[in-house]
Design a protein around this ligand. Structure first.
Ligand code: NAD
Ligand code: MN
Length: 483
């Protein structure tokens, strides 16, 4: 594919090179420290071009069982027995190796999943390393983390992750599990398996004892075989609410521990006393970061009536400048939609938005010819009952409504089945406290949005899930704590 197939947004192309690493024609499963062939394979494509990048194993029940057995053996014989400070050293080593290979991870993430290189380079990969660094530090300090308590690992953890932050989600899941003395079997998402497999190669290089981390690629049935495996002691799942519910049903009565990180429909609330230009940047970051494939995306904008016209005008002006195009171009703001299925889902909901009477607006620029693209989109004239206000679109689509009083904003913001995140923009500290206390969401940002840090717990209420990841709360979910 030539550069001319992509749009440049008026800038000269500034491509990150992709000639400093290799993607193999096919990858096997990483089980017990060895590469194991799966009976079947599935392709992974580049969503910006439609080209097949590689083939990866489709693990079935047999391979999943093999991986769980390897994890159990490593847990019993090695990992749970090892002095905690030694465990920490491996985590530090993995963190440093991620930093060393950061460029490769960033490019592969953008090629396999479609996200702009600026994001994979500056957010996904550094944060993945940060999760290993942070949890490495906890490994030998767990008894201080939960003062006066006895802390023990749980055992074998089955982890299933989605396609929107593939490497980051893998790090986010693996690092705390290992720090607490557990071993893991991780199942990456079917459209974005490559950085997890590159991580498996890195884990080999790190000398981590065999079986402590096992990575089995595959589809939904692979994930199902993993979470339903009787020898898995804890399930950590990130994905859709529908699948989360099914997993929870399947675990009922088993005594398995679990955390579920599911969907969201966050309200981003802008008051008339907010710094407007900064708020507009926050709105853009809130919904267009990673093409809106973000569970905590600020997908509902509530703007105070007195400034609504002004904010929408500024927002449209800003959206005219967003570059939709080649994920590997450093000028790109919005990359490719992760899969054709996801693109269809977005299109369907946008169609319903128009049908139900909301008013759609998109900037004038085009999108590339080949590949999966969707222009940044906003809807005004939205009603609380509209599908685009109630349902997670998981794409670059913003639904805008207005409010007059803080109470009205709270009532509208909380009127959703979800409760993952939210944002408040105001100059007034007391209003921040009122709103953050009143929002029924696990994470609330004030005068910023989409900020992540391994020290900070993340997770939701209601249909957004159960449990927290990150920080002390996340650590606690990977330990048995007795007083
Ligand atoms: P999904 O639920 O279809 O898939 C997620 C993962 O689960 C994939 O690896 C998939 O193969 C696997 N899976 C599918 N069916 C399964 C089953 N029956 N049992 C076990 N595993 C199964 O979700 P998706 O479309 O890939 O991801 C998008 C969704 O994930 C969105 O709803 C988004 O909000 C959510 N998400 C949540 C968070 C969070 O932290 N709360 C983060 C990212 C994404
Ligand atoms: Mn892919």
């Amino acid at each position: 594919m030539s550069n001319n197939d992509f749009l440049s947004g008026g800038f000269s192309p500034a491509l990150e090179s992709a000639d400093h690493f290799t993607i193999k024609k096919s990858y096997d499963l990483f089980i017990g420290g060895k590469w194991v062939k799966a009976a079947k394979q599935i392709p992974t494509t580049n969503p910006a071009t439609g080209e097949t990048l590689s083939k990866v194993g489709l693990a079935g029940k047999k391979e999943v069982n093999q991986a769980v057995r390897a994890a159990r053996k490593a847990y019993d014989k090695v990992w749970s027995q090892m002095p905690a400070a030694e465990r920490g050293k491996y985590l530090y080593r993995i963190a440093r190796l991620i930093q060393e290979r950061a460029r490769e991870f960033a490019v592969v993430e953008s090629i396999d999943g479609g996200k702009p290189i600026r994001e994979s380079r500056d957010i996904d990969v550094p944060l993945a390393a940060a999760h290993f660094f942070y949890h490495a530090g906890w490994a030998d300090k767990l008894n201080f983390a939960f003062a006066g308590a006895k802390v023990a690992p749980i055992g074998v953890v089955g982890q299933v992750i989605p396609w929107n932050f593939p490497l980051l989600m893998a790090a986010w899941k693996i690092a705390p599990a290992l720090a607490c003395g557990n071993t893991v079997v991780l199942k990456p998402a079917e459209t974005t398996p490559l950085t997890a497999l590159k991580l498996a190669e890195l884990i080999e290089d790190s000398g981590l004892p065999a079986g402590v981390i096992n990575i089995v690629t595959g589809a939904g049935e692979t994930g199902q075989a993993l979470v339903e495996h009787p020898d898995v002691d804890k399930v950590a799942f990130t994905g859709s609410t529908t699948v989360g519910k099914a997993i929870r049903r399947s675990m009922a009565g088993t005594g398995k521990r679990f955390t579920l990180e599911l969907g969201g429909k966050a309200a981003n609330i802008v008051f008339e006393d907010a710094p407007i230009n900064e708020a507009v940047e926050g709105i853009v970051n809130g919904i267009f970061f990673n093409q809106g494939h973000v569970c905590c995306a600020g997908s509902r904008l509530y703007v105070q009536e007195s400034i609504a016209k002004k904010v929408i005008k500024k927002l449209q002006k800003r959206m005219e400048t967003l570059v939709v195009g080649n994920p590997l171009d450093k000028n790109t703001d919005i990359g490719a939609i992760n899969s054709t299925e996801q693109l269809e889902r977005i299109k369907k909901l946008v169609k319903d938005g128009k049908k139900e009477g909301a008013c759609m607006w998109q900037p004038s620029g085009g999108v590339p010819r080949k590949g999966n693209w969707f222009k940044p989109t906003l809807f005004t004239e939205c009603a609380q009952s509209h599908r685009i206000v109630q349902e997670e679109i998981f794409g670059p689509v913003l639904a805008i409504q207005t409010f007059r009083t803080p109470q009205e904003a709270l009532t509208k913001a909380n009127n959703t089945p979800y409760g993952l995140s939210g944002g408040v923009w105001t100059d007034k500290g007391s209003k921040i406290f009122k709103m953050t206390a009143g929002l029924n969401a696990g994470v609330v940002w004030a005068n910023t949005f989409n900020k992540f840090d391994p020290t900070s717990p993340f997770g939701g209420y209601k249909e957004s899930g159960i449990g927290r990841e990150g920080g002390l709360q996340g650590l606690a979910s990977y330990c048995q704590i007795s007083h």
